[in-house]
Design a protein around this ligand. Structure first.
Ligand code: FES
Ligand code: FES
Length: 233
């Protein structure tokens, strides 16, 4: 703590201390001005007549991207830096796919591209030119207006609360059941040379571990996936 020594005054006349107080305030103001001077200079726009660099181009060139999304053909003109997630949400207006972390950590953006589940926030749309994409909007049968088995199972098992992670969970679940049936092993597979006869809870937890649920509906998600996996086996 900083201490200031005040000289002892046997005659504390308020008028007598005014000059020293004024001096103190003046010197404090001067010190503040000196300290702030470099910053103020740095923030001032340059007044010299030196040539300024031209402003950077803001509009990036657009590239044509063709996608088949949920059975429908889409043609978009996108900047090369556009992620598949943004292409789906902002350009195709398919906002069912959610943006959670936008950095590959939560799985909310999971879609199925050419049969494989991917985090759509981690991949550029131009890299999928010509691909077939399935999002949560494409899971139900549009003709019969009936939900897919995994959607029904999620409802039956109460496998969501807020629902934000659910589109990604559903896409992931569909793909994982197909991966299991195709014989893909996981870190939970006891012997990777043989496909287990059924998806165990551990297998489902491991294979769904890329999909985070902040509501903690995991036990019910596992139960829903297991039901569909058994019926499909
Ligand atoms: S938004 Fe893509 S993994 Fe989280
Ligand atoms: S249901 Fe809320 S985050 Fe999964």
């Amino acid at each position: 703590m900083r201490h200031i020594n005040v000289p002892h005054n046997t005659n504390p006349d308020p008028e007598a201390i005014k000059p020293s107080r004024r001096k103190f305030l003046q010197s404090a103001a001067a010190a503040a001005a000196v300290t702030a001077a470099p910053l103020a200079h740095a923030q001032q726009p340059s007044t010299t007549s030196a040539p300024q660099p031209s402003a950077p181009e803001t509009a990036a060139p657009l590239m044509p991207v063709k996608l088949t999304i949920n059975g429908h053909a889409y043609e978009m003109q996108l900047e090369a830096r556009t992620t598949l997630l943004d292409a789906l949400r902002e350009y195709a207006s398919l906002t069912g796919t959610k943006k959670g972390c936008d950095r590959g950590q939560c799985g909310a953006c999971t879609v199925i591209a050419n049969g494989r589940r991917i985090n759509s926030c981690l991949t550029l749309a131009v890299m999928h030119n010509g691909d077939t994409i399935v999002t949560v909007e494409g899971l139900a049968n549009a003709q019969t207006l009936s939900l897919s088995p995994i959607q029904k199972a999620f409802i039956d098992h109460d496998a969501f609360q807020c629902g934000f992670c659910t589109p990604g969970q559903l896409c992931s679940a569909i793909a994982l059941i197909d991966e299991f049936r195709a014989g893909d092993a996981s870190a939970a597979t006891a012997d990777v040379r043989y496909r287990p006869p059924q998806l165990s809870d551990d297998e489902i937890r491991e294979r769904m571990s890329g999909n985070i649920c902040r509501c903690g509906a995991y036990p019910n998600i596992v139960a829903a996936v297991k039901t569909v996996a058994i019926n499909k086996a």
